[in-house]
Design a protein around this ligand. Structure first.
Ligand SMILES: C[S@@+](CC[C@H](N)C(=O)[O-])C[C@H]1O[C@@H](n2cnc3c(N)ncnc32)[C@H](O)[C@@H]1O
Length: 254
């Protein structure tokens, strides 16, 4: 566990898989860029008080959002019990994970987020709700899914409103690619569910294309809204701008 905040790192080049034919998507993880990781005084106090309990500090392999590929998370040790495990990738301010953790105390939640103030804000939510079934890891999700999480150990993986990278010269930074789908397939148990949501039509199209092409999932490319997903500030902004919300699910084949 950690006691000191780690600012978000530069993009990490970590994902081992190949691009789609034609090179439309890159395999390397460049889904985030360096942002100020400075915490306000109140956030720093929250961090200092709660990080030892909630933040898992993995051994690093270089950058501050990297994870040593030799490290495998022992979920039973980290949560102090064996329970159903939900992983949220890009948990942002922690709205979804804090809500779900309070609703489902029998389930364990691992939130993976690179942005330090987002992790601090999530800690603040956990303090308010009193939930103890959440752990946070400040790391690049591609590395966490590639090596940190044991294969077939996750019951659900959530990816809600990933950065849309809407300018055409930036779409290569989007997280959902065939390579990323394979990483998700690696950690989900057979029958486990990957839930995705986006307010960006072109990203929804890309998600559908990636999921439809994958042989590792049974997919619902126009799924009903997941009842466990609260309206986050990102969703609210999208709706206010008149954008439709797309929900997708992909169930890991045996
Ligand atoms: C648009 S926000 C959405 C946050 C949240 N899911 C929600 O719906 O409110 C996307 C988040 O993903 C995080 N992120 C982007 N790439 C990531 C990666 N490779 N690993 C972990 N987090 C990442 C960003 O820092 C950001 O907080």
């Amino acid at each position: 566990m950690s006691t000191s905040p780690r600012p978000a790192d530069a993009p990490v080049e970590s994902t081992p898989d190949d691009d789609l034919p034609g090179g439309r998507y890159r395999a390397r993880t460049v889904s985030f860029v360096q942002r100020s990781g400075r915490l306000k005084d109140r956030q720093q106090r929250t961090w200092d008080a709660l990080a030892p309990q909630f933040v898992v500090e993995p051994p690093r392999s270089g950058g501050r959002t990297s994870v040593d590929p030799g490290y495998v998370l022992d979920a039973a040790e980290v949560f102090g019990r064996s329970a159903r495990l939900v992983v949220e990738v890009g948990s942002g301010q922690g709205e979804a994970v804090a809500h779900a953790a309070a609703e489902s105390p029998e389930t364990d939640f691992l939130a993976v987020e690179v942005y330090t103030p987002g992790v601090a804000q999530t800690l603040q939510r956990l303090r308010t709700s009193g939930s103890t079934n959440v752990r946070l890891m400040q790391a690049d999700a591609a590395m966490v899914l590639g090596t940190t999480i044991a294969p077939a150990s996750v019951d659900e993986l959530w990816l809600f409103f990933p950065d849309p990278w809407h300018k055409s010269r930036h779409t290569k930074r989007r997280l959902v690619t065939p390579a990323f789908a394979s990483l998700v397939a690696r950690v989900l148990r057979p029958g486990g569910t990957w839930r995705l949501a986006t307010d960006w039509a072109d990203y929804a199209r890309q998600m559908r294309e990636v999921l439809a092409a994958s042989e590792e999932f049974d997919v619902d490319l126009d799924a009903p809204r997941f009842a466990g997903r609260p309206v986050t500030s990102f969703e609210r902004k999208g709706t206010e701008k008149g954008r439709d919300i797309a929900d997708l699910t992909a169930v890991r084949r045996a």
